[in-house]
Structures are given as structure tokens and as C-alpha cells.
Design a protein around this ligand. Structure first.
Ligand code: FAD
Ligand code: SF4
Length: 514
């Protein structure tokens, strides 16, 4: 054939850029489930099943559309065990005039694929992944010469460029670019009350086969698969998103930061896995949300809040990953070297918040943003865990993990390992924050208000200890001034007791008794 199209598991768009201008008679579509990708991290089985199922659905739909698809299943005895090895074998088998693929979600994989093509003497035609509202080149242009690299500035420029949620004068609809302050309500003491049914899509026969295969192939893998109910086709992703817009988005704005025991879905979209494999397109989603706002169906704090997540944070993280890829793999400005506690894998801890989130992850491979940032991320940061160990855990345990999005979120945003490269300050808080935003503390043996002694909440102890330990680094940062002033109000005796308890907490985390 003239063209070998290599389709990776993270780009399964129905209008795949490498197929748009291709002739089915002159093209072979190559796809592979490989051990190497599955073994990069100790994967949650639901994550593996998600990628493989979405890939098999994509392959089946293309075959139906008349394309030739050469698909390697994981269990093929003679199959290649890595993507570069697979591509090499397929180039030799099909002898194409060119290899065409879309930008990969992991830059190191893209480099390896380039090397294979060079070594085999076949040109590589790398197509832009136009499922992003901002291309790699556009982000580089935005970044050029910029003194501060902040999501807010980027988001503003992207909304203006695409004309999203603007008023007649070209300013922000509602008078403000970000309504973040209106996105932070908790459920109070009464709890969330009756929540809308998340209406998760039932697993298709093909998905059930994949789940069975994954359970068989990864008997010692992490996580359960019984609750597998993710959209794996573009149609299912559209339907899931529509349900979200009509039933959950109106309250999403107000409660997006709130948490509640054994309530994994709340008002969240549950759409990141489908977005990350290209089943649904962010700009179209933003326009759909804007239309719901203009039709009076959702309030502005919900519309803007959601659009900020997908056109602001998500696109910004992709740009940051591309621009600062190397630093994200090496920076560790807080010099954090503690090992990741075993309870991140098992959930066996007395800390009710961490236990609830890890148990939820084991069951669903999903936790929402504040659980990621302000429970598991925050605790790892306060404890001083090695950033790449934290990253490996996030890659492993979440159905939606892909390097370009997980790495900057974990290393930069949640662990502050890149310092002020693209965030203004570390996201640090004491147990009081978790207490305010959830009901976790009422079922916990620790007390969020206590910083020392046996009952002290480990978050609260480590929060003050963190501020003391990193005082020199944080001192010049205006946004930390309030927190540091509070630290200064502590007596030397109180600080000593906190230091002692912090040593105890670190020892208990290592021993597995925390
Ligand atoms: P909602 O809460 O309904 O939010 C809507 C959408 O906004 C999400 O689907 C997502 O596409 C986007 N979004 C919101 N915040 C971010 C963000 N910071 N970065 C990128 N997209 C964002 N997201 C992933 O897709 N994969 C990851 O591996 C991942 N790892 C994370 C690790 C940490 C430490 C943190 C703090 C965040 C991480 N996120 C990740 C971002 C965010 O938490 C998830 O996208 C979100 O929770 C997905 O659930 P949802 O679809 O129900 O989202
Ligand atoms: Fe988590 Fe501390 Fe609250 Fe316990 S007291 S649930 S450890 S924040």
C-alpha cells in the first residue's frame, strides 16, 4: 500500500487526521495492543481495558467503513511487545511508501517511532492532533518571550481566539474571565442530598470480552473491573456528554470542589477518558456548553467553570508538557525523596480521606479533581514523596492517564516540583481544608484541628512542618505571605511538638501504620 497509518490508542477520533485524505484501497491501518505499554506502570485493569476496548471498537468501525485494519491483540503469541517493534515488523510486511500518524501523547514514543522510520528508510508524515484547541506551534508562539506562564493568561487568549463565551464587546460574558470563587461550595453538614443518576453506559459485548481478557492476562494487576462503564465509542461519548450537560452541569459549577464519602461521581462529567483517546472534541464541547448557557439552561458559573477546565487547564497542560517536557521529568525543587507509602496501593490507612479515595480508585479507576489534588496529591506533597514515584502512581491508577496530561498535573501542579515554572504557589493546606470540603473527617480517627499529639491529623501536622521546612523557598512569594504569617504565630514549643509529630507521621507512613 501507499500508506501505513499507525493509529495509537490515544487518538481514536472518527475523523482521524491520517485517514481523512487517504484512499482505503491504498492504505493499511495498523494498531497494536502491546505488553510494553501495559508494563510501563503497574496499571489498573480498568485502564488497560478502557484503552484496548476503545481501540477494538475503533478498528471494528473502520473495517465496517471499508478500511483494511491490521490489528494485533495482546494475546497473539508471535506479536511484537512494543510499539516501535510492531511498526518495524509492519513496515517490513507491508512495504509502504510512507508511514502516517498523529502526534503521540508521549514524546519519547514519538521519537522512537521517528527512529524506526529513519532506520527502515520510510518517510514519516506526522499529522497535527487537531483534537486540541491549541496546536503545539500555537502554544510555542504564545509562550515566546513571556515572563509569566499562567493558565489564566493562556485561557483568556484561547477564549478570545475561538470566540467562546464572549460578550458583544469581545470581553468575557458575565464580566469576568474566571468565576473560580463561585466554584468552591461544599455540601455542608447535610450532604449532597439526592444526586442525579450518572447514567453510565453499559459495557458492550466487545468491552466485556476485553475485560475478561485483561483479568486473565493480568491476574496480579491492580483494581477491579466489575464497574467498567465508560464510553468507548464516539456515539457513547456524545451521549454521555449530553447527559452531563442536561443533568449535572447546572450544579457542577457550584460544587466542583466538594467531596463526599462513597459518592464518586457527584456532578462531574466523567468524560476525560473519552477526551483523552479522541472520541469527543473539546472545542465542540465548549460550544455545546456555551449554547446551554445562552439558552438559559445552565448558570454562568457552571458554563465558565467547565469551559475553563477544558479550554483552560487541559489545553494549558498539554502546552506545558510539550514545552517543558524535560524539566517535568527531572525537577524536584522541594528535594522530596520519601518513598510512596504502600497504602496508596492498598488503601490500608486510618486516614479516612485517603482510604476513601483509594478504595474508590480500586473500584472505579476514577477520582475527581479535588480528590486528586487536595487528598492524594496534597498528602504526597506534604509528606515529601519523590515526584516521579507520585507520577507513576497517578499513571497507574486512573482510567484517564496519559503522559501529556498526568505529568504536568502531578509534577508541576500537585507536587510543585517545578517551582514557579507555571504555577504561582504550591497547593498546600491543612486537614481543615479537607474538613470544610467533605465529610471525611467525621469518620476519621484523627482530628483536623490538632497539629500535634496522637490524635493530630497527619495533613495538619505535615502542613505546618512543610511551611517550616520550606520557609526560605516560599518567603519571597506574595501568595504565601498569609500562610507564613500564620506560621509565625506558632510558639517555639508548638513548633517543636509539630516537628516531633511530623517525624512520627513519616515513620508511620513508612511502616504502614498511619
Ligand atoms: P470534570 O471534573 O467534570 O472536569 C471536566 C473536564 O475538564 C475533565 O474531563 C478534563 O478534561 C478537564 N480538566 C479539568 N482539570 C484539568 C486539568 N488540571 N488538566 C487537564 N484537564 C483538566 N486528567 C486527565 O485527563 N488525566 C490524568 O491523568 C489526570 N491526572 C491528574 C492528576 C492530578 C494530580 C490532578 C490534580 C489532576 C489530574 N487530571 C487528570 C485533571 C482532572 O483531575 C481530570 O481531568 C478530571 O478529574 C477528570 O474527571 P471528569 O471528566 O469527571 O472531570
Ligand atoms: Fe483526612 Fe485528617 Fe480529615 Fe482524617 S482528619 S479525614 S486524615 S483530613
Amino acid at each position: 500500500p501507499a500508506r501505513l497509518v499507525l493509529v495509537l490508542g490515544d487518538h481514536l477520533a472518527p475523523d482521524h487526521p491520517a485517514l481523512r485524505d487517504a484512499d482505503p484501497a491504498e492504505t493499511v491501518v495498523c494498531m497494536a495492543e502491546v505488553r510494553h505499554e501495559a508494563d510501563l506502570f503497574p496499571n489498573h485493569r480498568q485502564r488497560l481495558a478502557y484503552f484496548f476496548s476503545a481501540m477494538r471498537h475503533f478498528a471494528a468501525a473502520r473495517r465496517e467503513g471499508g478500511w483494511t485494519v491490521d490489528y494485533q491483540e495482546l494475546t497473539e503469541a508471535s506479536g511484537a511487545d512494543s510499539l516501535p517493534a510492531f511498526l518495524r515488523a509492519k513496515i517490513r510486511e507491508h512495504a509502504p511508501e510512507a508511514v502516517v500518524m498523529v502526534e503521540a501523547g508521549r514524546l519519547s514514543l514519538e521519537a522512537e517511532i521517528r527512529e524506526v522510520c529513519e532506520a527502515e528508510g520510510v518517510p514519516l508524515d506526522l499529522r497535527e492532533n487537531d483534537h486540541f484547541a491549541c496546536s503545539r506551534a500555537e502554544f510555542a508562539e504564545w509562550l515566546d518571550g513571556r515572563k509569566r506562564v499562567l493558565m489564566y493568561d493562556f485561557y483568556r487568549s484561547l477564549r478570545t481566539r475561538h470566540g467562546i463565551l464572549l460578550d458583544e464587546a469581545g470581553g468575557p460574558e458575565g464580566g469576568s474571565w474566571s468565576l473560580d470563587a463561585e466554584n468552591q461550595q461544599s455540601f455542608g453538614k447535610k450532604g449532597p442530598g439526592l444526586l442525579p443518576d450518572a447514567k453510565r453506559p453499559a459495557a458492550s459485548g466487545l468491552s466485556q470480552d476485553v475485560v475478561a481478557m485483561v483479568n486473565e492476562q493480568f491476574p496480579d494487576g491492580w483494581g477491579e473491573t466489575e464497574s467498567f462503564a465508560w464510553p468507548v465509542t464516539p456515539e457513547a461519548a456524545e451521549a454521555a456528554f449530553e447527559t452531563f450537560v442536561t443533568e449535572r452541569l447546572p450544579e457542577f459549577g457550584t460544587f466542583q470542589d466538594a467531596m463526599w464519602t462513597q459518592q464518586p461521581w457527584l456532578y462531574h462529567a466523567l468524560i476525560s477518558p473519552a477526551m483523552n483517546v479522541g472520541l469527543i472534541e473539546p472545542l465542540a464541547m465548549a460550544r455545546r456548553v456555551e449554547a446551554a448557557y445562552r439558552a438559559g439552561k445552565v448558570p454562568i458559573n457552571a458554563a465558565e467553570g467547565f469551559i475553563r477546565q477544558i479550554l483552560g487547564w487541559r489545553e494549558f497542560m498539554r502546552g506545558v508538557y510539550t514545552a517543558f517536557h524535560d524539566r517535568l521529568h527531572t525537577d524536584n525543587v522541594l528535594e522530596a525523596h520519601e518513598p510512596l507509602p504502600e497504602f496508596y496501593w492498598t488503601g490500608e490507612t486510618h486516614m479516612a480521606c485517603v482510604r476513601d479515595v483509594v478504595t474508590q480508585l480500586q473500584e472505579h479507576a476514577y477520582a475527581h479533581h479535588i480528590q486528586r489534588l487536595m487528598v492524594t496529591g496534597l498528602f504526597a506533597q506534604l509528606l515529601g514523596v519523590e515526584p516521579l514515584a507520585v507520577h507513576a502512581w497517578y499513571m497507574a491508577y486512573y482510567v484517564d492517564s496519559v503522559e501529556w496530561v498526568t505529568l504536568p498535573n502531578v509534577i508541576g501542579m500537585s507536587q510543585f516540583a517545578t517551582g514557579s515554572l507555571f504555577t504561582t504557589k504550591p497547593y498546600v493546606a491543612s486537614g481543615a481544608y479537607v474538613d470544610r470540603m467533605s465529610n471525611y473527617c467525621s469518620g476519621c480517627r484523627y482530628n483536623p484541628k490538632e497539629a500535634s499529639g496522637e490524635k493530630a491529623c497527619p495533613f495538619t501536622t505535615l502542613y505546618w512542618d512543610f511551611l517550616s521546612r520550606h520557609r526560605a523557598l516560599l518567603e519571597g512569594n506574595n501568595r504565601m505571605a498569609f500562610q507564613l504569617r500564620n506560621l509565625d504565630r506558632k510558639t517555639p514549643e508548638a513548633l517543636e511538638a509539630i516537628g516531633e509529630r511530623a517525624d512520627g507521621v513519616r515513620a508511620m507512613a513508612r511502616e504502614g501504620t498511619l
